[in-house]
Design a protein around this ligand. Structure first.
Ligand SMILES: Cc1cc2nc3c(=O)[nH]c(=O)nc-3n(C[C@H](O)[C@H](O)[C@H](O)COP(=O)(O)OP(=O)(O)OC[C@H]3O[C@@H](n4cnc5c(N)ncnc54)[C@H](O)[C@@H]3O)c2cc1C
Length: 601
């Protein structure tokens, strides 16, 4: 696919891989418009970014995820009625997962296939599911193809009901995985791991929890999630608000009503217009008496065009269809795929600056199409202007929704555009912005999550009692984002130094397979522990550094969670940018010679 499409060809939805990548840039396509056009827009992008940074130069520090004291209510689990009483557990298992989302489930499935019986999930929530346990807000759904996103579809013989599966279906799929692989038996819910300490003598991890447990495990897998700890913007006066308030990942149906009908006489405010808010706002708009949407930076809203799964297509799928689909995706999205030899030569001959220029220009064309879509849908001109994203595609997570923009045509939905400033004050009645008060009955924080942090709620200590955070103080050091030398038998999923994928489960499945291979090798070889060698760790850190220079995303993008809110950070403290195929290939190479890359005992 060489450029973006307003109307996708019919029949594309369920054909493997025709839709996995919605936007691809073709460096062989010369720029169409005069360069001044693109330069002018790039200048506006830079200005919009500078405005954002000028208001909040404090990067990630502008948020808090320390939800204690007055803020503790924003993290309370609304999906359990009571905390179940139970005696503290004090036993040993072979594999212990911290977290019960897709990372844990798909890795546990691979471990079961390799004969591992003793598997425990320890999960803060009341069930498995992770993201899909917590995020049950109205409209919750995946924003990549469900046929790719939901793992283990072959194994569970399940075909999602629609191209973008809804939250409840995804949550049910997580539960089905846990049942199929018998993961409930040893699972411990409503329990938060607070410390994970390596016992050098016993070669076991000692895991403590907030329920007084002392759990021991040969292997620990940190599957705590990439976006699982809610965060709030630090806004003056937020604790003084006398109305009702909650975070999107703890959606309060008791207050709103299961069908949101309790909101019909309520004035609702929502702070944030990121991916969760985009899914929620149309539903709130239809239900609330008045809805005020407080926006700092607009999301880019592309076509969703969801359709139910064609039953004939589903029936035609052969066993192994999902594996094949994923294999194809990795292959077809690798750089240079599908090019003729002549095109490859043309590409190789293009100077780097020209490649970047073309890529940026096509990116700008894409964003201008997003702007045109806003103009075509949103009737009020000032509102339409405010909803246009002034940054490159993928500086923030792109959203796909057909109801979000029309919601702003409803008479009761009001956009309060803060022009990059963000809400700065909350008082007992509601939100204050530039001298105007917006009284609300309920305030919903759509302010996102901590991103890709290893060991949330948890203190991880490896050899010599060294805390992982202290080790990382001089810069992250891992192999594939998974192993860190001095932390034997510890595996990290979804953290930095791994490949970043728009469909995260592509990456998590790769990691899960690798972890299962490592554990199998240790067991089969009668070892008790595996630890990354310092040399291999250094090699991977250098690989990450080498590839991170490829983009100026941090410097040029509008602040957001993809670029550490605009903070400048060390090159090793982010994702591996060498591409998914290369990540998989490097991992396969390492697996072929584990003895060389790891220390065993
Ligand atoms: C609203 C939303 C929509 C998303 N949509 C998509 C999408 O469409 N496509 C996509 O690719 N990705 C999406 N993501 C990203 C999503 O998080 C991943 O796709 C995936 O579900 C992550 O799985 P995980 O198991 O790594 O983490 P999670 O699903 O976050 O699970 C981690 C679990 O660990 C638990 N935990 C953490 N620390 C501890 C501790 N110390 N003790 C005990 N338990 C702990 C948490 O409670 C959590 O349940 C979305 C994220 C959100 C928030």
């Amino acid at each position: 696919m060489s450029e973006t499409q307003e109307k996708a060809p019919s029949g594309r939805h369920q054909n493997p891989n025709t839709q996995a990548v919605r936007v691809a840039f073709n460096p062989l396509r010369p720029t169409e418009k005069p360069q001044e056009f693109y330069d002018g827009i790039k200048q506006k992008f830079a200005e919009a970014r500078d405005v954002r940074i000028s208001y909040r130069p404090d990067g990630r520090a502008q948020y808090t995820s320390d939800l204690t004291g007055e803020l503790a209510k924003y993290e309370v689990d609304p999906w359990v009625e009571t905390i179940e009483e139970r005696a503290a557990i004090n036993d040993t298992v072979e594999c212990l997962f911290i977290g019960g989302g897709f990372s844990a489930l798909l890795t546990a499935a691979r471990l079961r296939e390799k004969g591992v019986e003793s598997i425990r999930i320890v999960e803060r929530g009341g069930d498995v599911g992770g993201t899909w346990y917590w995020n049950r807000y109205p409209g919750a759904a995946c924003d990549v193809s469900a046929y790719d996103y939901l793992p283990l579809l072959d194994e569970l013989n399940h075909v999602p009901k629609s191209f973008f599966a809804k939250g409840p279906e995804i949550f049910a799929h997580c539960q089905a995985i846990a049942h199929k692989y018998n993961l409930y038996e040893l699972a411990v819910f409503q329990t938060t791991v607070t410390s994970t300490v390596w016992d050098e003598k016993a070669k076991l991890w000692r895991v403590s929890t907030d329920r007084g447990d002392t759990l021991s495990a040969r292997f620990v897998i940190c599957a705590n999630g990439t976006l699982s700890k809610p965060k709030l913007s630090k806004i003056d006066g937020m604790e003084t608000f006398k109305g009702h308030s909650f975070h999107t990942s703890r959606f309060d149906y008791a207050y709103c009503g299961a069908d949101l009908s309790n909101l019909k006489d309520k004035v609702v405010g929502i702070i944030g217009t990121g991916a969760s808010a985009v899914q929620i706002i149309p539903r709130l708009g239809r239900a609330a008496k008045e809805l005020y949407v407080f926006q700092r930076t607009p999301s880019a809203i592309d076509i969703r065009d969801d359709i139910p799964t064609d039953p004939d297509w589903a029936a035609s799928l052969k066993p192994g269809w999902q594996k094949e689909r994923i294999r194809k995706h990795v292959e077809t999205t690798a750089p240079g795929f599908g090019l003729t030899e002549a095109q490859k030569l043309d590409l190789a001959a293009l100077p780097r600056e020209e490649k970047i220029r073309r890529q940026e220009n096509q990116n700008i064309e894409h964003q201008m199409r997003i702007h045109a879509r806003v103009d075509a849908i949103v009737k009020d001109k000032a509102t339409a202007e405010a909803l246009k994203p002034w940054y490159m595609h993928r500086c923030k997570r792109p959203c796909y929704d057909d109801e979000y923009l029309p919601a702003f045509n409803l008479p009761n939905v009001h956009l309060v555009d803060t022009n990059g400033k963000g809400v700065t004050q909350i008082n007992e009645k509601g939100v204050m912005f530039e001298g105007r008060e917006y009284p609300v009955d309920v305030l919903i924080y759509a302010t996102g999550f901590e991103v890709q942090v290893t060991g949330i709620y948890n203190d991880i200590r490896g050899e010599n009692g060294l805390s992982l955070n202290d080790k990382y103080a001089e810069g992250m050091r891992t192999v594939f984002g998974i192993h860190s030398s001095g932390y034997p038998n510890l595996f990290i999923m979804g953290g930095y130094q791994a490949s970043f994928q728009f469909n995260l489960t592509f990456m998590l499945q790769t990691q899960g397979q690798h972890i299962a291979e490592c554990i199998k090798y240790v067991r089969d070889s009668n070892y008790v522990a595996i630890d990354a060698s310092p040399e291999t760790e250094e090699w991977w850190v250098q690989e990450v550094i080498r590839h991170r220079g490829k983009t100026n995303r941090n410097a040029e993008c509008t602040p957001g969670y993809y670029n550490f809110e605009g903070e400048s950070n060390r090159r090793q403290d982010g994702n591996y940018n060498g591409g998914m195929l290369q990540y998989c290939n490097q991992m396969a190479d390492v697996q072929k010679d584990l003895q060389k890359h790891f220390r065993f005992c």
